[in-house]
Design a binder for this molecule. Structure first.
Ligand code: SAM
Length: 261
């Protein structure tokens, strides 16, 4: 649903609203608030950002010094390059998003020709465009391990088979020992009919461009990877926190790290 029109809500700007940012319109705010009536999106956005920080830092500590962050969003605090460069200042990061607001604000922070970081405007459905882009080729050495990051964005590609096909293409571009990190809005109560109405409302707010997959539906994206412990689980568990006894609504944010076999 990421569109060039500010008369329609955008997932990037709604997420900015939940994170307490300032880059959203009244239309984005209204859509975000409607979702909040069903899902504790604010809490889940915070949990997702914590997962991002923890996993990027962990991967950087494994010696990985190049990252491609797809669906990177509007910059906020502790962005991927800031977290990774705390571990290794020479880390290179390519950000990718298809939302113009995310691109404008990322560029205003990074400028052009940044020596270690770039932002590319592209759709994740075009892996070839992303992987062969001038800035990707400038910053990423595909003969070395790379970390591919897809934080809270694959649910915006609703067709399962399309996602599996795309993820195989990204995987095949990287060598053994590379990492894949995914967080994903999952449907934790797929058989609960009372939740079905809420799920449909969420889908409508996102104009059909969202899929709260079941955990099983996400599993195929890990083909060819060894899942690091504790696996693909509620993102809170990754942050070393006990899962709070809290009802987030019909979904939760799950996360995992895979190491390419
Ligand atoms: C919920 S935000 C997550 C931002 C960031 N990854 C994070 O976790 O903090 C989802 C982002 O994915 C982007 N996005 C959605 N569909 C996309 C697509 N097909 N290609 C590229 N980016 C996409 C949106 O524009 C938005 O910035």
């Amino acid at each position: 649903m990421n569109n060039q029109n500010s008369d329609k809500p955008s997932s990037a700007r709604m997420y900015d609203y939940w994170l307490g940012g300032h880059h959203h319109s009244p239309i984005d705010r209204a859509a975000a608030q409607a979702i909040e009536g069903m899902i504790d999106a604010r809490a889940l956005a915070q949990i997702n950002r914590q997962f991002l920080k923890d996993t990027v830092s962990w991967i950087a500590q494994q010696g990985i010094n190049q990252f491609i962050d797809v669906g990177s969003g509007i910059p906020t605090q502790e962005n991927v390059h800031e977290v990774a460069q705390k571990v290794n200042p020479k880390t290179r990061v390519v950000y990718v998003d298809n939302d113009p607001t995310a691109i404008i604000h990322s560029r205003s922070i990074l400028g052009v020709n940044h020596p270690t970081v770039a932002i590319i405007q592209a759709d994740m459905r075009e892996p070839n465009t992303i992987l062969t882009h001038f800035d990707t080729q400038r910053l990423i050495d595909f003969s070395q391990p790379v970390a591919l990051l897809f934080f809270a964005m694959l649910h915006f590609v609703p067709d399962n088979e399309e996602v599996y096909h795309l993820m195989r293409q990204y995987r095949d571009a990287t060598i053994r020992g590379s990492y894949l990190v995914v967080s994903h809005g999952v449907d934790t109560q797929p058989n609960d009919t009372t939740r079905a109405v809420e799920r449909e409302s969420v889908r409508q707010i996102y104009q059909g461009n969202v899929a709260m997959r079941s955990v099983d539906d996400v599993q195929p994206i890990w083909d060819g990877y060894q899942l690091m412990k504790p696996g693909f689980v509620s993102a809170q568990i990754w942050s070393g926190k006990q899962k709070m006894p809290h009802d987030y609504g019909p979904g939760d944010i799950y996360g995992g790290i895979g190491r390419k076999l």
